[in-house]
Design a binder for this molecule. Structure first.
Ligand SMILES: Cc1cc2nc3c(=O)[nH]c(=O)nc-3n(C[C@H](O)[C@H](O)[C@H](O)COP(=O)(O)O)c2cc1C
Length: 332
């Protein structure tokens, strides 16, 4: 199984929609919905996870679990119960967010120093959600160090979670490479639930090495897929045949219509002021993989007017498709 990672501020429903159209992704997790001390109204859940209005799936039909973040078992359970009524493909719990504001309130990665609270949260949410609905969790290896990683994983499994994703770094290690995939193997050996490996998988080779080191069959991909939308397809192809993986992704001509579609969805769903930034944000990742994206990024780096971007993108797509035959003017 290949899972698409939750990424607040980057991988929202718009990009989930586009990336799952490419293929190679079996399931998504939404960006976190922060729970403090209130029962959130339905509209907050459907704003962050509009897939709830589509049977809990992206338009391409890929299931989406909604992720909750918080530190109060009672409040999380109450919100999980309401969320469950909206029919997500499952509920995921965040035990890894490194954001200061979240940690200060005892949520995200801060909970990795409190395995008992983790167990209480998972158990309370599990009880509040119908038995048929999966409850999963995502953790880092620890807050300052990884000495309690297995203890936290046992707390998650003991609380009744169906699956555990491990981002193989501590909060203190932030996003600095490497990811310590071999530590996921220790967790796998300790718990009976399926474990999914996550962190620093950018290529088919990384996926192979991560599988070897962690022992996990299932992988969660984040920045790697945003940078190379065909990565999931390529990894799957490489599993089917030894040498096929290197060519099985998608190339720039295939990506361009998706970029145009992304822009179209951004323009229909986002505020005019936010639109150019979203396109540049994605191009900024794509340019690590595609030289054409670097050129595109440089061309619009300073442009903020959506009308100008519209015209620019139409030109790029047309040049890629080649000149269209001129419409014959009618004889006078
Ligand atoms: C911009 C950004 C936002 C993220 N938001 C979330 C989030 O909402 N919930 C979560 O569990 N992890 C979040 N993460 C962590 C990712 O899901 C993932 O664990 C991390 O990026 C490592 O995977 P990668 O190397 O494949 O990107 C975020 C990461 C980034 C870079």
């Amino acid at each position: 199984m290949i899972l698409l990672a939750p990424m607040e501020g980057l991988l929202d429903f718009v990009l989930r929609d586009i990336l799952t159209r490419v293929g190679g992704i079996d399931r998504c997790v939404s960006e976190f919905i922060r729970i403090t001390d209130q029962l959130l109204p339905e509209r907050v859940f459907t704003r962050i996870v509009p897939e709830l209005l589509n049977g809990g799936r992206t338009l391409a039909g890929v299931p989406v679990r909604a992720q909750l973040l918080g530190s109060d078992p009672v409040c999380l359970a109450e919100n999980a119960g309401r969320l469950a009524e909206l029919g997500p493909a499952g509920i995921d719990l965040n035990f890894g967010c490194p954001a200061k504001i979240v940690n200060r309130h005892g949520g995200g990665a801060a909970l990795l120093d409190e395995p008992d609270t983790i167990a209480a949260i998972v158990a309370a949410v599990r009880r509040a959600v119908p038995a048929h609905m999966p409850v999963s969790a995502k953790m880092r290896l620890g807050f300052n160090d990884d000495s309690r990683a297995v203890e936290c994983a046992l707390a998650i499994a003991g609380g009744g979670a169906d699956e555990l994703v491990v981002h193989a770094r501590t909060k203190a290690q932030a996003y600095r490479p490497p990811a310590y995939w071999e530590r996921i193997a220790d967790i796998r050996a300790a718990v009976r639930i399926p474990v999914v490996a996550n962190g620093e998988i950018w290529t088919v080779d990384d996926a192979r090495l991560c599988r070897q080191a962690s022992g996990c069959e299932s992988l969660m991909l984040g920045r790697g897929v945003v940078t190379d939308p065909g990565l999931g397809l390529a990894i799957k192809a490489s599993m089917n045949g030894p040498a096929s993986g290197t060519t099985a992704g998608i190339d720039w001509p295939e990506l361009l219509p998706l970029l145009a579609e992304f822009w179209h969805v951004v323009c229909t769903r986002l505020d005019a002021r936010a639109r150019a930034g979203r396109l540049k944000q994605w191009l900024n990742f794509l340019r690590r993989r595609f030289p054409e994206a670097e050129i595109a990024y440089q061309q619009i780096r300073t442009v903020n007017d959506p009308v100008l971007i519209d015209a620019w993108l139409a030109g790029v797509v047309q040049r890629q498709e080649g000149p269209r035959p001129l419409v014959q003017s009618r004889a006078q």
